[in-house]
Design a protein around this ligand. Structure first.
Ligand SMILES: Nc1ncnc2c1ncn2[C@@H]1O[C@H](COP(=O)(O)OP(=O)(O)OP(=O)(O)O)[C@@H](O)[C@H]1O
Length: 262
């Protein structure tokens, strides 16, 4: 579905992504894990066609970047949930209008939605538990409610790939767990999209994310099965700090290992 080989991205003379290799198969849900400044956003911008690789070969949905302009066709197949989108919406738009705008991949509604689109938006709002606040102004919603609206918006086009960029930012514990339940349901849907979950929080990695790419300083530190990546030895080397990993109900927790008392 996606094949990135030897991708390097330079911006203003700086190497932001260096020799990145990443293969994503359909139905294989991934975590993109990296600390602040690792280059996660840069990779998402690459996948969406907002940045162009300086070198390397990128094939997205069977089409190679650079051969023809494939940005438009790519963006219709990718749903993006990112807090950077929130700042771009119009303050007066209702949650329902924002979900509908997903059908046109636009910010704001410039075209008249069909009855079919309206019904789809209602169905999605219902399935995400958001119908009660569908007519409220988006700007008046809580952060957790906004994230659900963004997910509904991203699902309007039935994307092949759904990218969730740090979706739990600003959520309290309960709202976070509720959102993770929604995400798990989407991931488990047979005909649903393939997911990329971007985070720097280990404890948000759900069992449905069976693959993890660890990104450090713009390079792949390691990638593969989540259980192998989220291990004591790999993460201690990744963080450069000794950590312990504890698994509970299929979810990992990490703590810094205390120094042994001599
Ligand atoms: N136009 C640019 N010119 C130079 N450096 C840039 C440019 N854009 C991004 N960078 C740098 O590239 C690095 C990767 O940035 P990126 O935003 O992709 O990181 P990130 O992993 O998404 O971080 P965060 O978790 O903090 O959002 C950072 O060090 C950033 O300062």
């Amino acid at each position: 579905m996606i094949s990135l080989k030897g991708i390097t991205l330079k911006r203003d003379g700086n190497v932001i992504i260096n020799e990145l290799d990443w293969q994503i198969e359909k139905g294989e849900h991934w975590v993109l894990f990296g600390l602040n400044g690792a280059g996660k956003t840069a990779i998402l911008n690459l996948l969406n066609g907002y940045h162009f690789p300086t070198s390397g070969k990128a094939i997205v949905f069977g089409k190679e970047f650079g051969r023809v302009d494939i940005r438009e066709s790519i963006r219709r197949k990718i749903g993006l949930v990112s807090s950077s989108l929130q700042e771009r919406f119009y303050k007066t738009d209702s949650a329902f209008e924002i979900v509908l705008s997903g059908a046109f991949t636009s910010i704001g509604l410039y075209e008249t939605p069909t009855d079919e689109m309206r019904q789809k938006a209602i169905d999605l709002l219902e399935s995400l538990g958001s119908i009660d606040y569908a007519n409220r102004q988006y700007s008046s919603l809580s952060q957790g409610e906004r994230q659900r609206i963004l997910i509904a918006r991203a699902l309007m086009n039935e994307p092949e790939l759904l990218i969730l960029d740090e979706p739990t930012n600003g959520l309290d514990f309960i709202a976070r767990e509720h959102l993770l339940e929604v995400i798990e349901e989407i991931a488990l849907k047979h005909s649903g999209p393939t997911l990329i979950y971007v985070t720097h929080h280990v404890d948000e990695i759900l069992p449905v994310f069976q693959k993890t790419l660890l990104l450090k300083n713009g390079e792949v530190f390691s990638s593969g099965k989540t259980v192998e990546m989220i291990s004591q030895s790999v993460l201690s080397a990744f963080f450069n700090v000794e950590v312990e990993v504890h698994w509970h109900n299929g979810r990992p927790l990490i703590t810094k290992r205390e120094k042994a008392i001599p």
